[in-house]
Structures are given as C-alpha cells and as structure tokens.
Design a protein around this ligand. Structure first.
Ligand SMILES: [Zn+2]
Ligand SMILES: [Zn+2]
Length: 462
C-alpha cells in the first residue's frame, strides 16, 4: 500500500466503512480515493498576468532578461514577451525587427546560438546601446551579458533565447513565462493591424491583405493552420485597434466574430476621443458586443496590456493586465481559463470575486475594502432594442471614416457605491458587464477615463 496522507487516510477509512461493495471493480480503497481526488476540481485562484511587452528582441529597450526580471519583481504571476514578428529562438542570426548588421568576421560566432544584436553608439528607436547593457550589468553583473567584438570594432550582444529565460525565471506555482509574439504590420490600405499569438513558439511572416478585415482574417487563419498540432491551446488577440488613429473599426470586429479577444486597454493615449463623437475603447467594446450578441455571435472579451517598450527599472508603467482564474499556474490552465472567458482586466483595482449565475442571470462582484476610497461598481449593458442607425464622420487628416453609434449602446444599468453589488439581467438586456472604479484618484488622472484605476469584468450574455 502506498503511503497515505492524513486526508487520504480519513477518506479511505470512510470508504471502507461504507463497505467494499461501493468501490468500482478491481479498485482498492486507496485507488478509489486517488481517482476521486483527481476528479475533484482544485480550488481556483486568481493569477496576474502581462501578455504584451517588448524587449531588445524587437524594439523594446530592455534586454529580455531585464523585462522578465521587472515583471517578476513587480508581482506578476505570468508573463509573455511578445516581440514583434519574431520569437526568441536559438538560431544564429544578426537581424531582427528594427535592426540589421551582419558581422564581417562570422568565424568568431562559430558554435554560437541565438540572435546577436550590434551595439549602436547612437541611441534611437530599437537600438542596442551601452545604457541597455549597463541596466543588466547593474542587476546581474558584467558576466551576465555576453559580448563579442568584430574586426571593425563593432560589438555584438547575445540575446537570451526563450528557453534560457524560462530556466532563469520560471518557478513552479510562482512565475510562468508564456511564449508568444506580436504579428505586426499594416494592411495594403495603410492601416495598422497588430495581433498577438500567445502560447506559440513559431512565428510566420505577416500576411498583408487589401484591407483590415482581410488582413486580420488571413493571419488568424494562417495561425490556425501553423499551430494546428500544438500540444496546448493558444490565444489570439487583436491589439490596440485605435492606434494610431481609429485604424481598426468596431465594424471589423463585428464582422470577424471568430476573434474572441481584443485589447481594451493598451496604450492609453489611443483611448482619448480625438474625434468627439467617435468611440472610446469602452464604447467600442459595447458596440461590437451589442451587434454580436444581438446576432447570437461570440462575445468579444477584453484584455489589458502595457505594450511596454521603454524599460526603466524604477518606474511603474503598469497600464493594464489580466487577472485569470485558474486551478494552477501552467500555460495550459491559463490559456484554458482565458478561452472560457474566466478573467477580468485591471489597471489598478483588484476584485475579490466575480460570479455569474447562469440560472438567475445575475452578475455579482466584490472588491476588497482595502482597494481604496470611493469604490464604485457600475453595471453596463445594452438593451435588445438599441438603435441600429449610425452616422459616418469623415475625418480628413488622417483620412478616416468613423462611425458614430447610438447613445443607448453601452449604458449604465445600475450603480452601487460600496464593495459588493449584483445585477440581475432583465428580459430585454443583451448582456451585462461590471466596471469597478476607485473615485479617489480621479484628480490624478483627469485626461482619459480609461486611466482611472478600474477593473472591468467580461460581458456576460443573457
Ligand atoms: Zn502593436
Ligand atoms: Zn506591441
């Protein structure tokens, strides 16, 4: 008999007391308890994660180990280094997104692996400079950065590949690195379309189509083909749709209901209503979900990210993250939780619980009273009768057609000042989501509403 824990012993005894007739055939009491335990779901926990940042592997300023260090040190549980059009693999290269310089004498790199990025004496976008090296040396010492000098005096820094970062930073149950990349480019009509593939290790060249919808669709479909045999699920997100200027419209995501994730918060500067009647990120979200849900299509889930490029170790650039509810801190568990919509977005408010009761159609949220002063819980939704007509605003510079939607899309259905609240959907509600804000810091961040410390639950469908 294998050794039993105290709990197993108690359970075994009670099973035996109930008589061996209750045990499935061929199973002894210990096996029965073990089988029962493996079926019993473990209690779920909230894990905090960042899924969109950059390093020297593309145009981020920090060495890859420094961004990992930074997020781990600041209390994140899982983290994805999503460099542009690149994955941190082992193959020997001297080019990448935003940099290119082949050494004159390649013999000095014989037997070497990974990407070597040349040190530029001038600073600038995507450049490796002495300051970048110094930042790592300060924390990990001078031997932590591997440098080789070419005949002409050019210095090359070796970028750590993903598996080395994993060895250096991962801790079971404490910190998880998720592989991924940002598919970065523009459609042929000149609009920016960026997408993250999260929990994949291969990248494929960006597919540029005539317009935004075709470009998203082509990259989405190619991903399905390329990652079809991956051992674990991955998440595809449509990034910063409003960057740099209302580039991806809500109509694109209404049409492409196969896209289940988008960035509700990214670079907050793209969240401001530069065109007065155009959509803010929250309005955008409600527009897409109102139309999708009215047509019985898949809900669009929001994600939050920093999209960090410039790394300063003493700053706190935390603009958006995801709180994912999972049984354990593994890539599979985190991906599966996200793919079932069991997560919320935050840029400063931590929720104690989010619960949606599918029978009564009630969404309940609670916040820790320690979260701050003036906690406000708002339930936001759209009625089935929302006004469909919209007007088109022609913006000249840059040239854009922006649709302005009805005010009755995304309305506050109920407001509660306090740490707990619930909303039961009425027959005419399409969906409901909760937004929890801390009013006390409004003065500090008056420019864009999206910057208030807020937590956003996902929309729950009636
Ligand atoms: Zn991007
Ligand atoms: Zn990015």
């Amino acid at each position: 008999m294998s050794r039993l824990s105290r709990r197993q012993f108690i359970q075994t005894s009670s099973l035996l007391a109930a008589g061996s007739a209750v045990l499935p055939q061929g199973q002894n009491a210990v096996q029965a308890v073990q089988a029962q335990e493996s079926k019993t779901p473990k209690p779920k926990k909230w894990f905090k994660g960042q899924l969109h940042t950059h390093s020297q592997w593309s145009d981020g300023s920090g060495l890859p180990e420094m961004v990992c260090y930074f997020y781990k040190k600041n209390g994140y549980d899982f983290y994805c280094l999503s460099d542009h059009n690149n994955f941190q693999n082992d193959s020997l290269r001297f080019t990448g997104f935003g940099f290119k310089k082949e050494p004159e004498d390649k013999s000095i790199f014989e037997g070497e692996t990974s990407t070597w990025k040349f040190v530029n004496t001038k600073s600038g976008w995507a450049q490796m400079t002495q300051a970048v090296i110094d930042q790592a040396v300060e924390v990990y010492g001078k031997d932590s950065v591997k440098i080789k000098t070419d005949k002409d005096g050019t210095r090359y820094v070796r970028l750590k590949p993903f598996k080395e970062l994993q060895e250096q930073f991962e801790e079971k149950g404490k910190f998880l690195l998720i592989p991924g990349f940002e598919q970065t480019g523009a459609s042929r009509d000149g609009l920016q379309v960026h997408m993250n593939f999260i929990n994949v290790k291969d990248y494929f060249p960006y597919i540029r189509e005539a317009n935004v919808v075709d470009t998203i669709n082509a990259n989405f479909e190619k991903g399905k083909e390329v990652y079809a045999n991956n051992p674990e699920p991955y998440v595809f997100t449509l990034n910063h749709p409003q960057w740099p200027f209302y580039d991806v419209t809500p109509e694109a995501l209404i049409q492409l209901d196969k896209v289940h994730f988008w960035e509700l918060t990214n670079n907050p500067l793209s969240g401001g209503p530069a065109v007065p009647k155009a959509w803010t990120p929250e309005k955008y979200w409600d527009i897409v979900n109102a139309y999708r849900i009215a047509n019985r299509k898949h809900v669009l889930w929001g994600t939050g990210s920093d999209d960090l490029h410039g790394l300063k170790l003493d700053s706190k650039p935390f603009l958006g993250w995801n709180m994912v509810r999972a049984e354990e801190l593994t890539t599979r568990a985190i991906m599966e939780a996200m793919l079932s919509g069991d997560f919320y977005v935050s840029n400063g408010v931590t929720l104690k619980d989010v619960h949606f009761c599918p029978e009564s159609k009630t969404l309940s949220v609670s916040v820790d009273p320690e979260a701050g002063e003036g906690i406000k819980i708002e339930f936001i939704g759209t009625k089935k009768t929302f006004s469909r007509p919209f007007e088109t605003i022609e913006h000249e510079s840059p040239k854009r057609s922006i649709s302005a939607y009805a005010e009755n899309i995304g309305v506050v259905l109920k407001t509660v000042e306090g740490t707990e609240a619930a909303y039961t959907m009425q027959a005419d509600d399409l969906y409901v989501r909760a937004r929890v804000t801390i009013a006390a810091s409004k003065e500090e961040r008056p420019k864009y509403q999206i910057l208030f410390p807020t937590a956003w639950t996902q929309p729950y469908v009636n």
